[in-house]
Design a protein around this ligand. Structure first.
Ligand SMILES: Nc1ncnc2c1ncn2[C@@H]1O[C@H](COP(=O)(O)OP(=O)(O)OP(=O)(O)O)[C@@H](O)[C@H]1O
Length: 297
């Protein structure tokens, strides 16, 4: 299977602080990948590196085998909706659809955008600057779908949509994926939505990729173990303890395995995607955060 996106040791620094560091993963063709992580983890930075809006300070990212910063030709196959869905506010939605047609001659299908926007009741003749935030997001998404990209990168696309619009948008996205085979990388904090539509996961925390791969494989690798109070000694079959809680006698551990775990000692059960992601995202505040605010740690 071809790789649409290959990140290798990818890093980006703002001043002396790494926004993304040593990031390596691949995204196979035709997959829908969830990009998750806490606020400030580096998700938008990763997406902007992938579309060539930022130049890496370390490592590389390749899109269809090419460096997106140096090869503008790659952009013809990319659709990107940035977090704040920037649009020319003085243009109407109809003008933006026409403009999309002029700027993207090869694969552009303006009827995709027109049909979507008509279904959503978005007026074609109103300046987009006067639409609501959710309506503007819908216009940006419709334009991205009309481009018929081979890779679609969406930075929190559904954050400003109402629940019904969110559901409908994700269905339309899945329809488009099924029809055209588009690969999607989609950042969101809405884990239940992601669980419904994604088959790949990229989890970023503290500027680093903690998990990346097929969701089924990742879930297979993790277990919840319940057993006698654990004293911290290595457990055969356990590579990493992700989260642990203890009572006087009993420990509950969420672990990443690297082999079979002794089921005589622990009761082992599967972990759901949402629980798994929450366990990985649960991290202490960075060193110095409390003193910076003058409050006790
Ligand atoms: N232009 C910039 N200049 C300086 N620092 C920046 C800039 N853009 C992002 N950062 C910093 O880089 C880090 C990663 O930011 P990024 O926007 O990639 O996070 P994110 O995971 O997308 O967050 P969120 O979920 O809140 O959108 C943060 O610490 C942020 O403050």
């Amino acid at each position: 299977m071809g790789m649409v996106l290959e990140a290798d040791g990818l890093g980006k620094r703002y001043g002396s602080r790494w926004a993304l560091q040593d990031c390596s993963f691949t995204l196979p063709e035709g997959r829908v990948a969830a990009l998750v992580g806490p606020n400030g983890a580096g998700k938008s930075t990763l997406l902007q590196l992938a579309v060539g809006l930022l130049r890496p300070d370390a490592g590389s990212v390749r899109i269809f085998g090419q460096d997106p910063y140096d090869n503008v030709d790659v952009l013809a196959d990319l659709g990107f909706v940035a977090q704040d869905t920037p649009l020319y506010r003085d243009f109407t939605a109809a003008e933006l659809v026409r403009m999309g047609g002029k700027l993207n001659r090869s694969q552009w299908d303006g009827s995709v955008a027109r049909v979507r926007l008509a279904q959503l009741g978005i007026p074609p003749d109103k300046k987009v600057g006067t639409l609501s935030g959710g309506q503007r997001a819908q216009v940006a998404l419709a334009l991205a779908l009309a481009k018929r990209p081979r890779l679609l990168l969406l930075d929190e696309p559904v954050a400003s949509l109402d629940p019904l619009a969110r559901h409908e948008f994700l269905q339309a996205l899945m329809g488009s994926v099924a029809e055209t085979g588009t690969t999607v990388l989609l950042s969101s904090h809405l884990l239940a939505d992601l669980e419904r539509v994604c088959d790949q996961l990229v989890l970023v925390r503290s500027a680093q990729v903690q998990l990346a791969g097929a969701i089924d494989d990742i879930l297979d690798e993790h277990r919840r173990l319940i057993g006698p109070r654990h004293d911290g000694r290595p457990i055969p079959g356990v590579a990493t303890v992700i989260r642990e809680s203890h009572t006087d006698r009993q420990s509950t551990l969420l672990v990443r395995t690297n082999g079979p775990v002794d089921e005589g000692l622990f009761t082992s059960s599967e972990v759901g995607l949402e629980d798994l992601i929450l366990a990985y995202l649960d991290e202490p505040a960075p060193v110095g955060s409390h003193s910076a605010w003058g409050v006790p740690a």
